[in-house]
Design a protein. Sequence first.
Length: 302
Amino acid sequence: ATMPPMLAAISNAGRHGVLVKSAVVLERLADTSLVALDKTGTLTGGRPSVTHVRRLSGGDLTERDILRLAATAELGSEHPVGAAVVTAARDSGLDLPEGAAAPGFTAMPGRGVSATVQGRQIEVGDLDRLSTAGARPASLREARGFVDDIHQRGHTAVTVLDGGTPIAVLQVEDTVRPGAGDAVRRCARLTGTSPLLLTGDQPRAAQRVAAETGISDVRAGLLPEEKAEIIGDLEQRGQRVALVGDGINDAPAMATAHTGLAMGAAGSGVTVQTADAVVVRDDLNAIPTVIALARRARRLVI
Ligand code: ADP
Ligand code: MG
């Protein structure tokens, strides 16, 4: 027996590494007028690494002490930046407790994490998004300088705070996925519109990734809710947005988009549930491929 075109296309999409959850999703994918991509974990490989630890002057902690505190605070984090901090600590021979999050661990989506480590209130994240009301002014100024310098270079700056005062700034670097530029071009050709980059990271880091992948429309410094608002606005203006995310901090945007696609392997359980399709192949080219497939299947149905 021959399969109906939509089912055949779902099975075909699966062979190309995209698990499409239903025929309705496939029809929606065929309507895509704009592809929006998250940066970290989507356009980038999602395995960033800590390349520099900049210790602030005045403290009595060594670089290793700081790395241990930061990594212990990040143990419960699902964010690629958190994983990078943990890996950096383990790579420099630090023994961290396996698995379990530190006491009082809280993930602040799009901001960072906080936890109690060795009796200290440790926060790790974006300096502009963490509360520094009680910070020592000199430390805050010094941290600001390091953060700006790292942003200038197009990298991600992650600040470590102890009791609300910055003690170090980590430089985190992530690389664009192989084939990402190709996937962006194919999406542009299919939809007639250049894809959009959405990110919680700072403008300079976003610009670097945009330049490397050929994206001209960039919205940076967004909180998870703001990503969802932008998608909502575009939908209101008649766009049918396919949002591609890694599932960390983009679940609200994914729920708002016409279709949400999660880059599978890294995706959290929550997003795999929110997503309409899961990209299990580690390749962004699966996105234009599945949109093209969806269109062809619809032509056969009609
Ligand atoms: P993106 O949109 O690029 O995926 P996110 O919205 O997930 O970025 O995060 C935005 C920023 O918040 C990151 O660039 C990082 O500076 C900070 N951040 C988020 N989670 C963490 C964490 N667990 N540890 C340190 N920094 C974090
Ligand atoms: Mg992300």
